[in-house]
Structure formats: structure tokens, C-alpha cells
Design a protein. Sequence first.
Length: 275
Amino acid sequence: MRLFPDRRILSGLLVAAGLLVAAPARAETEVDLALVIAVDISFSMDPEEQALQREGFVQAFRSPAVHDAIRRGMIGRIGVAYVEWAGVHDRRVVLPWQVIDGPRAAEAFAAELAGRPTRRASRTSISGAIDFARQVLGESGLAATRQVIDLSGDGPNNQGRPVTLARDEAVESGITVNGLPIMVKEAGYFDIAELDLYYRDCVIGGPGAFMVPVRSREQFVEAVKTKIIMEVAARPVPGQAAEREGGGLVIPAQAGGRGANCFSGESQWRDRMGN
């Protein structure tokens, strides 16, 4: 009775194992842009705002202007992931990474996004959203010329670590954080009146960073489309002044001085909830 495998079989197994070990890693897909769309689903976002927010991104990826911006890139394709966030323990990927290389892929992304239900959750952790988006970028499998986090929300950070720490670490790793502060209603119990200044000073940052404040429900969809086009095209924004663009106010990260209280959300929560 043979206790050991035939030498030829053993030799073949060893060779196969060696090939497996020596095999090169699969090449990453090259894209002009790796974009994480990170949207606020906290309870301060009412159902109509959520619907408008979702519709804005759906219409953006159906827009011929976005298709043209993708086509004009050096590589001609981008990678996109869509995530939702609220408190530090409530972040999830709604649509995982998809490579968009033309109108058909963009339309498919829009259709899939339109079919996903919306939901709401408690608290607002912008720092958690940035950290989660960085993790998603790190798992993309893409070789991107640019990495961008597109972050939208209607209130300041009130849970998790300081938002400036999360922002600065993202910027130091080569990521640009852009903002879409939503200001379509009066500031509520945990909101702040000048959310655009808070986003300018505390949230956005990195090469070419900018924000597009949404000040009316009628402007919502167009503002989102404008922002996506600018991100895809890597279009420069004015250095020291704001500019009217697509019905919205486009503000670069370096516009104006630093003056917002980056701990205003935490202070409000502590004062009103007693912890």
C-alpha cells in the first residue's frame, strides 16, 4: 500500500503552489476620478429633502453634460460609490463601486440609485462620514488620478471625533472633500444658521475643494448636477470670490476667512441634551 503520493504528482502540486504564490496581483482599473457620494440621512432631513437629494444625484448621472465631462477625461471613465450616513454607528454603502465609462453605464447607475429606498436615522457625524468614505476609497480597487468625497448634509457635526481632524487626515492622504450644505429651511433645534460658513471652514478641504450651498428646494436638483459636473471635470473654481453657477453659489475652500465655530454642533447637543 502506497503511503506517499507519486513523486510526479507531488512535484506538480509544488509547482502549482509556487505559481499561485508568485502570481502578480490583479492590476487596478485606471480612472480619472474615484468619487464617494456621501449623503446625510439624519432625522433633520425631512422626506421631501431626502427625495430631492436623491433625485439630484439621479438626474446628474442622467445628464448629457456629466456624460460629456466623463468622456473628456484623460482616461474617459470614473469610479463612483454611493453611501449614506447619520450617526457614528450608522453608515452604509447603498451602491458599491461602479465604473462609469459612458452614457449607458451612467444611466444604469442612475436607474439603480432611483430604485433604492430612502431611510432616516439619528444623530449627525460628519467626521464619521468622512472616515467611512476614506475606508470605501481604500477598498475601491481603482487607480485614480483624483479621489473626492462629495459630502452633503443639513447640520453640523454633533457626534464622533472633531470634524476638522477627519477632514485634515483625509486631505493629508490626498483626498479632496467637497460639500453640499443644505439650507432650505429655518435652522432647527440642532441646526446652525450659517451652515455654509461651517462647511467652508470645518468640512471641505484639499486640492480644488469647493461647496455648493442649496438655499431653496427649487435649486436642489440643479445644484447637485452642477457639483457633479465640476467634480468630474476637475474644473477650477475662482480663487477668492464666489461665482453664480447653475443657479447656485459656488464657494472655494479658500474663499473668505476662517471664523466658524467647528464645535458648534457638539456644543448645541451638550447644552440641549445635557451630555
